[in-house]
Design a protein around this ligand. Structure first.
Ligand SMILES: *Cc1c(COP(=O)(O)O)cnc(C)c1O
Length: 405
């Protein structure tokens, strides 16, 4: 069993992918070919925003969004410590300071109430209101709150109604990190449409993945779109050799756009298939008292990049992961260590205990195999193994009864 099986998808659409690739080889426009603008137009319409901009990766999409707001030294950007490192990395790369805000234990996404506390703590330079990084405490009020980067973790959008309203109250921008959530929805709107700029990733394992690196920025704002188009090509002005600002090389390859176009034809169906796979897992876990299934609040649709479960503690996680590995079922831990505990972010001076929810969930959580083509029988094998090991180790009969095959 594969954790994310890309081969089954490829088998289904191989001819279309081959045709699209052949077309690129025929016209030879490997940079900014017609496939890039075709993909941008189709994804802008899918997401329901005015502008879409193909990027070299999800990380570069986030970086260009921050650069478009002119973020730099002295700026504070609020985000979650329970995410892939790229979310915080781009903040540090532009010289700004990440301010971490703990997550909601039900959704694993940034906690809006704590976001408000963290903004107030920074404005009053008072770490007693909410834990602050050392640079903020040192500079006593010299750090300006500028923006928020909520993450749609595992494919579930963050609480945008509350986050956007809090951001508005304090004059902050919102950049949505939807790297894991392309295809997800919140109150009938698609992921990547929330806040000022939405960013996604086409890394192969993401819900819509290419065969290499890729990403996209989405916005309704004409000015942000223009600035990002310039940043993307080394800060170009009227033409390529007129450089009006500092930029990067942030383009999406034509070949990757071509592959994404072939995959896009079946993507809406794959989002539905992921939902069916998630529903089957949740139903199987329903009778198993030792695991907590992921929660999707009313009004939300997850893109199910990951199906992450919570055993009762870290020891149970090891037992379950070992047992699954023994029978050939791969699992993964996203994320074993929250960012404030990482060596690279030690300079922020956060302490253990500053973000207790992220800390405890990172000790417990693990993810089961997840992709649109997972068969019911495979899912039953996974849950049978979980229930068997719980019977052996914990005599959890409520769980085991349902799953003896
Ligand atoms: C994957 C990911 C990114 C980075 O995307 P890349 O395309 O790998 O650069 C950023 N944020 C989150 C939450 C991610 O999962």
């Amino acid at each position: 069993m594969d954790f994310i099986d890309l081969k089954r998808q490829q088998k289904r659409i191989k001819d279309f992918i081959d045709q699209r690739i052949q077309e690129v080889l025929r016209h030879g426009q490997y940079i900014n070919g017609p496939e890039v603008s075709e993909l941008e137009a189709r994804l802008a319409s899918y997401v329901g925003v005015k502008h879409a901009l193909g990027c070299s990766s999800g990380t570069d999409a986030l970086l260009m969004a921050l650069m478009a707001f002119g973020v730099g030294p002295g700026d504070a950007i609020f985000t979650t410590p329970f995410t892939f490192v790229a979310t915080a990395e781009v903040i540090t790369l532009v010289g700004a300071t990440p301010i971490f805000v703990d997550i909601d234990p039900a959704t694993f996404n940034i906690d809006a109430a704590k976001l408000e506390l963290a903004i107030e703590a920074l404005k009053s330079s008072d770490p007693k209101v909410y834990p602050l990084p050392l640079p903020a405490s040192d500079q006593a009020g010299n750090l300006r709150p500028r923006g928020v980067i909520p993450v749609d973790l595992f494919g579930l959008p963050a609480d945008y109604d509350r986050i956007v309203s809090i951001a508005g109250e304090f004059g902050l921008f919102v950049i949505e990190d939807a790297a894991q959530a392309f295809g997800a929805e919140y109150k009938g709107e698609k992921a990547c449409s929330f806040g000022n700029i939405g960013c996604t990733s086409f890394f192969p394992a993401k819900p819509l993945g290419c065969y290499g690196d890729g990403g996209m920025c989405f916005t309704d704002n004409d000015e942000s779109a223009d600035i990002m188009r310039s940043i993307q090509v080394h800060g170009k002005g009227e033409h390529k050799y007129d450089n009006v600002r500092i930029g990067i090389n942030g383009r999406l390859d034509t070949l990757q756009a071509a592959i994404l176009l072939a995959k896009l034809d079946i993507f809406p169906e794959e989002v539905e298939l992921r939902q069916l796979v998630a529903d089957r897992y949740t139903q199987l876990i329903g009778s198993c008292s030792m695991l907590r299934a992921p929660r999707v609040p009313k009004g939300y649709k997850s893109a199910w990049a990951q199906y992450s479960v919570l055993p009762r503690n870290g020891a149970e996680r090891s037992v379950l992961q070992d047992e699954l590995k023994r029978i050939g079922v791969p699992t993964a831990v996203y994320y074993p260590m929250p960012l404030h505990a990482q060596t690279a972010y030690a300079y922020l001076g956060y302490k253990t205990g500053d973000f207790p929810v992220s800390e405890s969930i990172s000790q417990q959580i693990f993810s089961l195999p997840m992709h649109p083509y997972l068969e019911p029988a495979e899912q039953e094998t996974v849950l049978a193994a979980i229930s068997a090991s719980s019977m052996i180790n914990y005599h959890d009969r409520r769980c085991s009864k349902e799953f003896v095959l």
